[in-house]
Design a protein around this ligand. Structure first.
Ligand code: GAR
Length: 196
């Protein structure tokens, strides 16, 4: 049975586009919803251009009431009935109550070689640490931030003149290869990590 995939974004949505474009032909999944916490997220227009239904739940009116915000996310997801959720540049922290409901069915891409550099500013932190290698990780989402079983990683060499910006720019095309490769495998029931 074809798997239904919802993609959650906060920004430009380039990983969302890579995922959506990959779900064609004999791919075991199809995109059913692109959901954002920001009604102005650039990725929403890109999703509409790909004929994918979109919805936004603006987090700001909810203030500190994460439960209410997540309740609104859940009701949008309830209508779309996804089998798999892909976080793709979704920049809100989800509570354990929310993640528990999607245990084993929610993926995230993070711009570091996890378990290194959970959280923000990953490129700057890799440079500050003098790392020879940097990369990105796709993992299953669990209650702990940027944790959970690793489903794939892609690596780049750090160059002497790299900045956070050059690292991010070199890594993004690899993210666009890695995430679709992991999703294809995951949607077919295979959790063997993809290593690029
Ligand atoms: C990507 O680099 C992704 O790895 C990162 O945000 C960017 C989103 O770009 N995600 C995180 O930092 C999650 N903590 P996109 O909107 O163009 O896909």
């Amino acid at each position: 049975m074809t798997k239904r995939v919802a993609i959650l974004i906060s920004g430009g949505g380039s990983n969302m586009v890579a995922l959506a474009r990959s779900m064609q032909g004999d791919h075991p999944a199809r995109p059913v919803l692109v959901l954002s916490n920001d009604p102005e997220a650039g990725g929403l227009a890109k999703a509409r251009a790909l004929s994918i239904p979109t919805f936004a739940v603006d987090h700001r009116p909810f203030g500190k009431d994460r439960a209410a915000f997540e309740g609104a996310l859940q009701s949008a997801l309830g209508t779309a009935r996804p089998d798999i959720i892909c976080l793709a540049g979704f920049m809100r922290i989800l509570t354990p109550d929310f993640t528990a409901g999607w245990d084993g069915r929610m993926l995230n891409i993070h711009p570091s070689l996890l378990p290194k550099y959970k959280g923000l500013h990953t490129h700057a932190r890799a440079l500050a640490a003098g790392d020879a290698e940097h990369g990105c990780t796709v993992h299953e989402v669990t209650a702990a931030l940027d944790d959970g079983p690793i489903l794939g990683q892609a690596r780049i060499k750090v160059q002497p003149d790299d900045t956070p910006g050059t690292l991010a720019a070199r890594l993004l095309p690899l993210e666009h290869q890695l995430y679709p490769a992991v999703l294809r495998r995951f949607a077919s029931g295979d959790r063997t990590p993809v290593m690029l």
